[in-house]
Design a protein around this ligand. Structure first.
Ligand code: ACO
Length: 431
């Protein structure tokens, strides 16, 4: 195969280098395009634009493959823990037993949130969305820890602090939203067990930890740990490219994740399924609306920019969801509706022709509901899981000598040059 692409524009022919990844993915390096031809590329949503070279996550959307640092998602979901996977995603290798123990000790050491931060929580209106609170709080962490990252050990300190505290911060926001006493982290609990305990333990009703729920949460967070250049990760890299500190960059990523076309879909799926259940809407009518050209409604939890087949995370999530409901002996009518929707959609020509299959968010909310997590916290759960990926991508971007300030161009479609008219000469305008 040629290692250059030839482009002819207005009679001028130029050669553009082709770069190739280790899995055969190919890109045309257009960095010289504007300088040599005066043209830019036009690609809203960046569906055809590679913004970086990355060694963290590999996806094949046609084959439904997802690997973190080369290790298939299926193997990690089956055998790893969230803390171990986070270490892998950030550091590039699975930890030794000693490294994992050290990380667990560090996570414990950093698990408290500064007491002064609790005052912030108390002052948000009770109905605030937890994603808005989380984004503000992660940004606020920078005021408590202003030190810059100048070495690998500084970076280690910062990433462990973030991974540990985000879980405590998420649980605090839930407790405060309920008007309950905040539950502190415990040194004798693992990462996921600690989160569940901080969420659900109360002085009057001790929370009984169930190891199958702890395992299910590990799997949930492993499945979310990274997903290469998705919307929120692109935002984290973009904000970081301005040499913005890691806390502010992650806070921006959390805001991007909140949107219902991205991480907010897990909340939107439950709202859609609840509407079907409570308002007696027929599944076939929902499918009809999703297919309509004139209705902006979309089947939430379906479709993906990269996957053109079943999302490999959704397969594991569906299995995980069934297991949790079985173990808890929890009957959820929303699961039956979801299964019916999937069955109809995956045999409908519209969905097949558009390559629309369930994504990771389709079954995750049903599982979280069964675990007792409130719907408004679903996207926060996603954010906790995605944190290792954002951190790894932020770091990779800052260390990459080829990276520059993110600054796309545009094709201007506004008015051409016209004179400034002084206010007294503008007439009265419309009434
Ligand atoms: N329901 C109905 N139609 C859909 C859906 C859907 N869920 N998703 C895409 N389509 C259709 C579009 O209407 C469009 O049809 P057309 O070509 O006939 O006009 C076509 O598929 C392509 O849609 P795009 O919006 O261009 O595809 P894109 O790659 O930009 O969208 C997205 C991906 C945003 C995820 C989309 O599939 C969607 O909106 N899904 C529902 C929201 C969702 O579940 N988001 C979570 C994604 S996973 C994650 O971020 C964690």
């Amino acid at each position: 195969m040629s290692n250059v692409a030839t482009l002819t524009i207005n009679g001028q022919t130029i050669e553009l280098p082709i770069i190739e990844g280790v899995e055969g993915d190919r890109g045309i390096d257009i960095r010289q395009l504007r300088q040599k031809t005066g043209f830019i590329t036009y690609d809203p949503g960046y569906g055809n634009t590679g913004s970086c070279k990355s060694a963290i996550t590999y996806m094949d959307g046609e084959k439904g493959i997802l690997r973190y640092r080369g290790i298939p998602i299926e193997a990690l979901a089956d055998q790893s823990s969230f803390v171990e996977t986070a270490y892998l995603v950030i550091n590039g290798e699975l930890p030794t037993r000693e490294q994992l123990n050290r990380t667990s000790v560090q996570l414990n050491d950093h698990s408290l949130v500064h007491e002064d931060m609790q005052i912030f929580y108390q002052n948000f209106p009770r109905a605030s969305h937890p994603m808005g609170i989380l984004s503000a709080m992660v940004n606020a962490l920078r005021s408590f820890y202003p030190e810059l990252i100048t070495s690998d050990s500084d970076f280690e300190e910062v990433y462990v602090r973030l991974i540990s505290k985000i879980r405590t911060m998420a649980a605090i926001s839930y407790k405060i939203s309920r008007g309950h006493k905040v539950e502190y982290p415990r040194a004798d609990y693992t990462y996921c067990a600690n989160f569940l305990n901080m969420m659900f333990n109360t002085p009057v009703k001790p929370y009984i930890l169930r190891k199958e729920l702890v395992r299910a949460l590990n799997v949930f967070w492993i499945l979310h740990a990274d997903h290469e250049q998705n919307c929120s990760t692109a935002v984290v890299r973009s904000v970081g490219s301005a040499r913005t500190n890691i806390y502010a960059s992650l806070s921006a990523g959390i805001s991007a994740l909140w949107g219902e076309l991205h991480g907010g879909a897990n909340q939107a799926v439950i709202q859609m399924l609840s509407d079907i259940h409570e308002k007696g809407i027929k599944v076939k009518d929902v499918i009809k609306r999703a297919k309509s050209k004139t209705d902006p409604f979309r089947l939430m939890g379906f479709g993906h920019r990269v996957y053109k087949t079943y999302d490999p995370r959704a397969k594991i999530m569906k299995h995980n969801c069934h297991e949790v409901l079985d173990r808890l002996n929890y009957q959820d009518p929303l699961l039956d509706i979801a299964l019916e929707l999937e069955q109809i959609a995956t045999s409908d020509p519209y969905f097949l022709d558009h390559y629309l299959y369930p994504n990771v968010d389709f079954y995750s909310g049903i599982m979280l509901r069964a675990m007792g997590i409130p719907t408004s916290m679903f996207t926060v759960m996603f954010a906790i899981g995605r944190l290792p990926g954002w951190i790894a991508q932020w770091r990779e971007n800052t260390l990459d000598p080829e990276q520059r300030l993110t600054r796309p161009r545009q094709v201007y479609t506004g008015l051409t040059e016209r004179p400034y008219i002084p206010i007294d000469e503008r007439g009265n305008g419309p009434d």
